[in-house]
Design a protein around this ligand. Structure first.
Ligand SMILES: Cc1ncc(COP(=O)(O)O)c(C=O)c1O
Length: 422
């Protein structure tokens, strides 16, 4: 029987900010100002350079970036926007607040990306835009999607929250569309504690985003501090020794009694509501404290991406001979970054229990299938592949700070589970 050592259990996820960076940010909030000045400009510049674009606009959240982009693109109210349904429900809220009707199409069950054939079928005279969510850091056939959009005169938007640095045939995701947005929350590869970024091909569109972002009020120190404390707690709780001795047994104990509690603790916004206007808490100006965190993350993102990709390839190599149909399909020409490593386990709780007994803590995706959520009943659509994926997909941990030896052990545990007939 293979086990991870008792002192080095593997957590379901880790954040991308290092402990000293969070402590420095907390000190900054306490002793300096949380203004938006030169560090924000430097971070926007560095982000744009990494993406190979002219400019980028920092925002308090990805959802706020989308809110500003929709206004900047001047999509008329009532426009239909085609998208896949696995995303945070507040992305749908933002579209609805702006008067845009999301039209859900199913994912391709092997790539988890928008299925271009389904996309083509969903186009109506009211369709004005397509939003491609690069789920889990995997990559769709962007040329196919781009040519469909050109053919039908549709605006192409990209949600690159999971796929920073991923590319299709050498071109970065986020640069295919007319505009793109990124989440910079603590679990993302480029993190600013919380935050977002917008880019656009047309400088006038980006200028209109900038004008809206500039009007946002400064962040309150207590709000910023609360976010940083949350990051601090998650960082400490997932440090290898603390995680092994304290967090892992606690998570197992709570999961055993009430699995929903852990899910709620992991979500920023566990309250699922239909919104009719943007809450004030999403409308703060991106500030210097966040920018400094982002600059630290940017300086190591290439190295960490490579390590995560290396970990993902260990899993692919070990598992593909016996479990090909459970692994994601990688399209020829794609360069995925595996922000998450999706593994199909319809066995659900049985699989999670087995992995936990052998020292691996894992979870299904926290993202819902928005096309069947009761709060969005008026725009509901049948998307069976997406619904099934949300139930079956488990994330095998591949965080860049996990040593490849541990990933190898993890693969062996999965193989033992499969060897027992699942
Ligand atoms: C695919 C996707 N899009 C958008 C978001 C929203 O990001 P934010 O919390 O920065 O608005 C998330 C958050 O996890 C996400 O997973």
């Amino acid at each position: 029987m293979t086990h991870l050592p008792w002192y080095d259990r593997v957590p379901r996820t880790r954040i991308y900010l290092k402990l000293p960076e969070i402590l420095a940010a907390l000190a900054n909030v306490t002793f300096a100002s949380s203004a938006s000045g030169t560090p924000v400009e430097q971070f926007e510049r560095a982000f744009a350079d990494m993406m190979g674009v002219e400019k980028a606009v920092a925002e308090p959240y990805a959802r706020t970036a989308l809110y500003h982009l929709i206004a900047a693109c001047q999509l008329p109210p009532g426009s239909e926007l085609i998208m896949t349904p696995i995303t945070i429900h507040d992305i749908i809220n933002v579209l609805l607040i702006r008067g845009i009707k999301p039209v859900f199409v199913d994912i391709d069950p092997r790539t988890y990306q928008i299925d271009p054939d389904q996309l083509a079928l969903a186009i109506t005279p009211k369709t004005r835009a397509v939003l491609v969510t690069h789920l889990f850091g995997l990559v769709p056939d962007m040329e196919h999607i781009q040519s469909l959009c050109h053919q039908h005169g549709l605006l192409l938007l990209e949600d690159v929250s999971h796929a920073y640095n991923a590319s299709w045939k050498g071109k970065k995701l986020g640069t295919f569309g007319d505009a793109a947005f990124f989440s910079l929350s603590s679990l993302k590869a480029v993190s600013t504690g919380y935050g977002g970024m917008a880019i656009a091909k047309d400088p006038e569109i980006l200028q209109r985003v900038r004008q809206q972002a500039d009007l946002l009020p400064p962040v309150s120190k207590s709000h910023l501090r609360a976010i940083l404390y949350r990051n601090l707690i998650v960082n400490l709780a997932t440090q290898p020794s603390l995680f092994s001795l304290f967090t892992f047994p606690l998570v197992r104990w709570i999961s055993h009694r009430n699995p929903e509690t852990i899910r709620k603790l992991q979500t920023d916004n566990p309250h699922v509501h239909r919104l009719h206007e943007m809450p004030d808490r999403w409308l703060w100006k991106f500030n210097d404290v966040q920018a400094k965190l982002g600059l630290s993350c940017l300086s190591r993102v290439m190295d960490w991406d490579e390590r995560r990709r290396h970990n993902a390839h260990i899993l692919l190599n070990q598992l593909s001979p016996v479990a090909q149909n459970r692994l994601p399909q990688l399209l020829e020409g794609s360069y995925p970054v595996f922000w998450r490593f999706p593994f199909r386990a319809p066995e659900g709780a049985k699989f999670r229990r087995f992995m936990a007994q052998h020292g691996v803590d894992l979870t299904t995706t926290l993202l819902p299938c928005c096309s069947t959520m009761p709060i969005f009943a008026d725009i509901a659509r049948e998307t069976p592949h997406a619904r099934q994926a949300v139930r079956e997909v488990h994330f095998l941990p591949v965080h860049p700070t996990i040593h490849p030896d541990r990933i190898m052990t993890q693969a062996k545990v999965v193989l033992e589970f499969l060897g027992q007939g699942g």
